[in-house]
Design a protein around this ligand. Sequence first.
Ligand code: PXG
Length: 461
Amino acid sequence: MGSLHNASTEQLQELDALHHLHPFTDTRALNKKGVRVIKRADGVYLWDSNDRKFLDGMAGLWCVNVGYGRKEIMDAAYQQMQQLPYYNSFFQTSHPPAIELSARIAEVTPAKFNRVFFCGSGSEANDTVVRMVRHYWAALGKPDKKVIISRENAYHGSTMAGASLGGMKPMHAQGGLPIADIEHIMQPHWFLHGIDQSPEAFGKQAAMALEQRIQQLGADKVAAFIAEPVQGAGGVIVPPSTYWPEIQRICKAHDILLVADEVICGFGRTARWFGSETYDIDADLMAIAKGLSSGYLPIGGVVVSDRVAEGLEQGGDFNHGYTYSGHPACAAAALANIELMQRERIVENAAEKTAPYFQQKLSELSDHPLVGQIRGVGMLGAIQLCPEKPSNKPFAKSGAVATVCRDHAMHNGLVMRAVDDAMILSPPLVISESEIDELFAIATESIDQTYKDLEDGKIEF
Ligand code: PXG
């Protein structure tokens, strides 16, 4: 524990402002306001440096799937550090935690996945995906098959390749992105782009955008299509039922690898072990991170199907890897996390009981005058705020109203995220029914307060 353990909030804020640069943050604006310091956590709750308690409706950043305070994971990491805190997996070496974790991942993923390449995060996993799928096609004698198609408003990480695969325009605007040979097609966001059609017709149309782009580029130039089973950071965009079957057909018809970015959806978020299972996606590669260790230590990976593994074996050296690929303590934590999930049937319990309850409570908000659409699956939810129900007209200043709602929620004791005009929820999978009741009581109160602010002309939008 550091020497600042008993420091006051003001002292911590001051030092943070002086020395700490935060992700996705306007530093000047943050430092004017003062950062919130989170000091401890247990179950689904967080406490800040003023000892205020919050229900964590986001499981950290969509990752603390088993909840906070799980001693089994801490002990596994501590014991591993005592035995072997670090060694690499380069130069013909390995170590027990990475070996055991790779076998365990093969056990919990669909049958065709038997190998994993480890890295430190979801971004690194997707950087690995880019190099791996290009190396795969080159190994098979097709070095020109290298374009990767992704989607607008997708999130695949913050590294150069991750942010390029992602379809977030403000990210591309900084740093000269995207890198070469990345293409983007439309996202399957029915409420924003397809409200004049049935969701089913729109789902097919959104998928057809992939086929059209492949035809424009030539299938011999396209290596892979990458997508999150459900877009998370983009706003919990649950695709229409027709979307994934059509994407699947198109990838198979044109011999394009299908990469499922399971960084959020993996490890139970959609109430199956993988989002690919929820949507019956027959992927060739899966990017994993977050729920792999429930965020207790940083670890990610690319899970590789037998087909891709066989192709890669024909390519000799894969000139790629990280100092912390398969880090022993992180691997031990991930292994303990998966064992815990299996032992306590955390995904299965969520599927049978708490996720349907969460979805029922979420759907009850659809009658609210400020709510234009509810989206959700498993333990993921989006509440789309809308000025002119039942139209899909957005607020003139995107995000302004949702930010007010987020601040009300925080004030009321709930961490709920704002994405454009939507409120986002992704609580730990272990959340109980009474905690779900508490979550939605606070969410509803916060939306009511936001609606009143709008009626009172207090929000500029
Ligand atoms: N893929 C997906 C689908 C993600 O959601 C990444 C890759 C990158 O993972 P790392 O571990 O490199 O961050 C993510 C990360 C948000 C938010 O504001 C979402 C993420 C990360 C940070 C913030 O919703 N997702």
